[in-house]
Write a protein that binds this ligand. Sequence first.
Ligand code: NAP
Length: 272
Amino acid sequence: MMINSDTLLYAVFGNPVKHSKSPLIHNWGFGYYRLNAVYLAFEIEDIQEGLLAVRRLNIRGASITIPFKTAAMAHLDYIDPDADSIGAVNTIVNRNGKLSGYNTDCQAAVLPLIPLGIKGKTVCIIGAGGAAQAVAHGIQKHNGRIIVLNRRQEPGEALAEKVNGRFVRLDDVSGLESLNADVLINTTPVGMSPDIDAMPIPSSCLHPHMIVMDIIYTPLKTKLLIEAEKKGCRTIDGLSMFIHQGAAQFKLWTGLAPDPMMMRTAALSGDT
Ligand code: NAP
């Protein structure tokens, strides 16, 4: 599709943002559906100015990433109830100058777990930051029993309380080994490139019946997932959540539901 004066602009705002795979998946989607639109990455200092640019330049939609997912909320005209409850937005839709905020991370995280069953299962969420808030909200909505494992006590306890869960300190290894989790989800950056030999928990905490999910996708196979596979666990990589949150953003902007597997291929095309 030729870029001309009718081309619609979409964007991602973050800092840093150079590593983002969002331009790959959204520009693939615009090409696939032959939409006259383009998606660009902007590394900014101030989200208020970024959202002012959305209004002034009539940017039709935006992804919001680290560290602006909470700060962006103060500059919107509407916030979806799930995003409000999570306390973070990752998607902005510009409808005739009115900016609405959504959180597509939440549903994206639980989507691969739904067919495996969440209700009544014990789900250990490692981390208590922005991503953990979205993941925990999704698990709670599907009636999973949540244990929050976090390095710092205060945010860990606060998240556990918010989702009627239990808190265990990450360095309490004896506590960890007796957790009896059905599902374990890493939402910390531990294991992310370049520290690819790091693991958020010792491999002795992993058991063959567990489903182990990582939301880090650089590398695609984190040390946690490698060790989980060795133990015979079912694993879900971080690109899964990324693709589903992106597909949901694309649908909010265009009304079209791209095939997640085709989006995954588009995301991986940047690695070649
Ligand atoms: P965040 O708000 O900064 O939270 C980070 C969390 O990780 C905190 O709970 C922090 O614990 C913990 N943590 C950080 N370093 C740690 C360490 N060395 N040891 C133990 N715990 C540590 O970040 P976020 O927004 O939640 O993002 C977390 C990760 O998820 C990032 O790598 C991000 O790229 C990824 N992510 C992926 C997707 C996806 O679609 N796949 C979506 C969103 C985010 P303390 O409270 O103790 O500091």
